[in-house]
Design a protein. Structure first.
Length: 214
């Protein structure tokens, strides 16, 4: 029986279109070009950072982010806010919470992501980021931290994410119930792969209550 549902952030809760569109503007390339390169990286199993290097060889991302903060201190820049939430997020999380399940957000994110998520007043029990834990998915330690945070056995936890490699297959290896959401470049691509037969696949977070609730 599932007692806790844990969510990835990017392209699971957050639509990253505005983030990457702002990055395209910052890098001086058409938005469609940059979004296309991100999709190409997803299709070829290359890291997301490769899209930045293709546009600007030798880019130092942390340094560029710091310069961007100096240039536009009051803008969102590479960050997100409540306007970036997918529309099914609030109702789905609320329904799971009302059904008696613990609802947790834990993903590979920088520290400011927790502040941004907490400001949204989502119906969740806890929010954590990889940076504050000092470990990132797909490292097994990340999922050990998830289980400790939930106060439940791994077999009682469902992990929901948009990637097979980073999210749901490592969660399955940790003993959790894996749920892949088919959205974002990785989500659509990974849902077509043979490994997706090992996991539950949903098209909306609204499907989770019927899938997981006791």
């Amino acid at each position: 029986m599932v007692r806790a549902v844990v969510f990835d952030v990017g392209e699971t809760l957050i639509d990253e279109t505005r983030i990457f569109s702002r990055w395209a503007d910052r890098l001086g390339v058409p938005r469609g070009t940059f979004l296309g390169l991100i999709g190409a990286c997803a299709a070829s199993d290359r890291p997301l950072e490769e899209a930045f290097r293709l546009v600007r060889p030798g880019i130092d991302l942390p340094a560029e982010i710091a310069r961007w903060a100096d240039d536009d201190p009051d803008g969102l820049r590479e960050n997100f806010d409540a306007d970036d939430l997918y529309p099914d997020v609030r109702p789905a999380l609320a329904a799971l919470h009302e059904a008696g399940l613990a609802v947790v957000v834990a993903g590979n994110q920088p520290p400011q992501a927790r502040t941004a998520l907490e400001a949204m007043d989502l119906p969740v029990d806890a929010i954590r980021t990889s940076d504050e834990w000092g470990t990132q998915k797909p490292d097994p330690e990340f999922f050990e931290r998830v289980a400790h945070l939930c106060g439940a056995a791994a077999s009682e936890i469902a992990y929901v994410g948009d990637r097979l490699d980073n999210d749901v297959l490592p969660a399955a290896d940790a003993g959790m119930r894996p749920v892949l959401i088919r959205r974002g470049p990785w989500g659509y691509l990974h849902a077509t792969r043979p490994e997706a037969e090992r996991v539950d696949v949903v098209d909306s977070l609204d499907e989770l209550l019927g899938l997981l609730a006791p």
